[in-house]
Write a protein that binds this ligand. Structure first.
Ligand code: NAD
Length: 415
């Protein structure tokens, strides 16, 4: 069993919630209201496979909170999806949308499956059946899914089509769609771009020169690949990057254009010319200035936190740091930009996509990126000022900002 498998994500998110609730002296009634998810759904998804046999998958949707607007959150396809982790990720979405002050609540979904072993036709059938089963509890003013691990714009297009079959053309039911069917320009790069906007602000605060920074990235999927590209554009050196099979390392920096082309051609990174291979565990402990976990949760834990050499960690992935690791990193003076801020660029452009769908108009990419920068910069500065004022970490400060907003909305709307 790996360390990540032993991690209790639900306990992790409860701990972060309690720490912030304590720091802001949130009353017990509101604590109880905000902690508990609004609704949890588990469904059985029968899928006729290409060879004719029937397989049954399990799907989840957890709707955490809708005090500030319709619930919002991705759907992931992964063999290790479980209800506890989805619950924790749904709560993270409530806090994330509040930190960046967009009018959404939080939700998350997932299907337990090995998506790499499914054909496109099987993935489509599984997706459509899942969405048809959620039909009465999702909607553009109720709960709006989005991409996450192993789901992409094509999957979002199937979701939009499946929902629209029953309700008429409804692009606002899902975000992260291809631009041709109502997606927003700039959505695919948004999480990575938003993370880099936040890093630019943090680097100024902590005297880090991004133009000279040595960067390590775990994950080269949607988020990791774009973070790598944008950091390189700023002059930073990506010295290591990985996929699920392991990583590649070159202390002089990796040529990211060539690495991305190699990955898309060979489907993996191993053997990239001029690099040494490195395991995903060792990659996290490499000598660098900025570490950007961009894959799965729980990868920085009590057994490796003390060996992290990065000065700053930007949590592009959700839940990458366990609570014990968080304390160790804080004690060691490592600056951690928490997930609910660092990766909020994705849901922010999802919000732009949804508003464009509702208004039936389309923004130019330049407008998307300009508005994204505005929101990410303002959110970082707000969180950083609360951290300074209350002498707490950026994570506790981000939770305080979020909890205050959700608590206020709950009180105003009435219980
Ligand atoms: P993705 O499926 O596009 O990419 C995931 C990457 O992680 C791939 O490179 C994969 O090879 C790698 N990976 C998988 N298992 C691994 C393992 N055991 N060790 C190391 N690497 C592994 O997913 P994504 O959309 O890039 O999401 C990555 C993370 O970012 C997730 O934690 C997700 O919740 C979070 N996130 C994504 C978005 C978004 O807009 N896509 C927004 C916010 C947060």
């Amino acid at each position: 069993m790996s360390e990540t498998e032993r991690i209790n994500f639900e306990k992790m998110s409860r701990f972060q919630f309690d720490r912030a609730a304590e720091a802001m002296a949130l009353d017990p009634e509101t604590r109880g209201l905000l902690k508990m998810p609004f609704r949890e759904i588990q469904v059985k998804i029968p899928v006729r496979m290409d060879d004719g046999h029937l397989e049954v998958f399990i799907g989840y949707r957890v709707q955490h909170n809708n005090a500030r607007g319709p619930m919002k959150g991705g759907i992931r396809y992964h063999p290790e999806v479980d209800l506890g982790e989805i619950r924790s990720l749904a709560a993270l979405m409530t806090w994330k949308t509040a930190v960046v002050n967009i009018p959404f609540g939080g939700a998350k979904g997932g299907i337990v499956c090995d998506s790499k072993r499914l054909s496109p036709a099987e993935t489509e059938r599984m997706t459509r059946t899942f969405i048809s089963m959620l039909d009465t509890v999702i909607g553009p003013y109720q709960d709006i899914p989005a991409p996450d691990v192993n789901t992409n714009p094509q999957v979002m297009a199937w979701i939009m089509d499946e929902y629209s079959r029953r309700h008429g053309y409804t692009p606002g039911i899902v975000t992260g769609k291809p631009v041709d069917v109502g997606g927003s320009k700039g959505r695919e790069e948004a999480t990575g771009r938003g993370c880099v906007f936040v890093l630019q602000e943090a680097a100024r605060d902590y005297n880090l020169d991004l133009g000279k920074a040595r960067i390590v990235i775990q994950g080269i999927g949607n988020v990791g690949s774009h973070v790598a590209r944008f950091m390189t554009e700023l002059g930073g050196r990506v010295v290591a990057i990985s996929d699920s099979g392991g990583g590649i390392y070159n202390p002089d920096g990796l040529p990211m254009d060539r690495v991305l082309a190699y990955k898309s051609e060979k489907r993996n990174l191993s053997g990239f010319p001029g690099s040494r291979s490195v395991t995903n565990e060792a990659l996290l402990e490499l000598d660098c200035d900025i570490l950007i976990p961009s894959a799965l949760g729980g990868v920085i834990h009590k057994f490796n936190a003390d060996r992290i050499k990065a000065k700053m960690i930007a949590e592009a992935a959700n839940n990458p740091t366990t609570t014990t690791a968080d304390e160790i990193l804080e004690k060691n003076g490592v600056v951690v930009i928490p997930d609910i801020l660092a990766n909020a660029g994705g849901v922010t452009v999802s919000y732009f996509e949804w508003t464009q769908n509702l208004q039936q108009l389309s923004w130019e990419e330049e407008q998307v990126n300009r508005e994204l920068r505005k929101i990410m910069t303002r959110s970082y500065q707000h969180v950083a000022s609360v951290a300074r004022e209350k002498r707490v970490s950026l994570r506790v400060a981000a939770y305080i900002v979020a909890l205050e907003k959700v608590a206020r909305a709950t009180r105003l709307r009435g219980i």
